[in-house]
Design a protein around this ligand. Structure first.
Ligand code: 13P
Length: 278
């Protein structure tokens, strides 16, 4: 069953749960992620990053997810991840995405607010949910989302309140010490900042940089308003490692390799689902 982000996150936020948002870029990743949701009977957010448009068009991503989700009972949301280009946002809405992330975090506050507000007006008229970002994340090792020059700027709770009241976003990505990619040392997650943001807003909060966060931090984040946790890097690193092992033993037909890769994606996504669901 296809839904927008609100169809999944409102209930998760109310019940202090977090739902995984997993990045997909080819048929194997889409199928592995959705199968993990089906096998665990868990709602699932499939994120297609605007940076993967060379791998697949918005229309193809939408058609694949529609065909995989139409006859199943778990809610599935197709979400456009990290997009700073308004044209691409509007094309994703037209292509049938249930949710879009307008990422204006690199812009001055006022410009980010104005652009996000416009995106919300258009998206909401089409029953599409909107996630936005305030503050910015640094890049860890093997990051495929940011650049090495990204500097960490924590989200300011007072600005977050003004931003949400003005824009009417459905979910807000916060910067509280997580990084895109793998951690170089022990992460320093600022639960104190998250608590303040959550006290100011009654809104599902989003944690980017989900790969490799220690369980204790994850649980603390979920208890303080995080309802969506994004995972990309570890889906790739795990699948590539397993593929490398397999190719060290034999050279399967490409169709068989694809089936194995769907299983690797499914395994790692199920690991994160059980981790978030505890
Ligand atoms: P990781 O690559 O660190 O898992 O982060 C994913 C993410 O935040 C997607 O937006």
């Amino acid at each position: 069953m296809l839904t927008n982000l609100n169809g999944i996150l409102r209930e998760a936020y109310k019940n202090k749960h977090a739902i995984g948002s997993f990045n997909a870029y080819n048929f194997e990743t889409f199928k592995g992620i959705i199968d993990a949701g089906i096998q665990t009977n868990t709602p699932i957010i499939v994120a297609f990053g605007a940076k993967y448009l060379e791998n697949m068009s918005l229309e193809s991503a939408s058609a694949i997810v529609k065909s995989l989700a139409q006859d199943i009972s778990i809610p599935v949301c197709l979400h456009l991840d990290h997009c700073s280009n308004m044209d691409t946002i509007f094309k994703a809405i037209k292509a049938g995405f249930g949710s879009v992330m307008y990422d204006g975090s690199a812009l001055p506050f006022e410009k980010n607010l104005q652009n996000t507000k416009l995106v919300c007006q258009v998206a909401h008229a089409c029953d599409v949910s909107v996630e936005a970002e305030l503050g910015s994340l640094a890049a860890g090792e093997q990051s495929h989302e940011g650049s090495a020059d990204d500097v960490e700027v924590f989200t300011d709770p007072d600005s977050a309140k003004e931003f949400v009241d003005e824009t009417k976003v459905d979910a807000l990505a916060v910067s509280i010490g997580t990084v895109h990619g793998l951690y170089k040392g022990k992460p320093n997650i600022r639960i104190d900042i998250l608590k303040k943001i959550n006290e100011q807003l009654s809104l599902p909060l989003v944690l980017h940089g989900g790969s490799g966060i220690p369980e204790e931090d994850i649980l603390n984040c979920i208890a303080n308003g995080i309802s969506k946790i994004n995972v990309n890097t570890e889906i790739s690193t795990y699948t590539v490692e397993e593929t490398t092992k397999l190719l060290g033993q034999k050279q399967p037909h490409l169709s068989v390799l694809a089936l194995n890769q769907m299983d690797y994606v499914k395994e790692i996504v199920k690991k994160y689902i059980s981790f978030f669901g505890r």
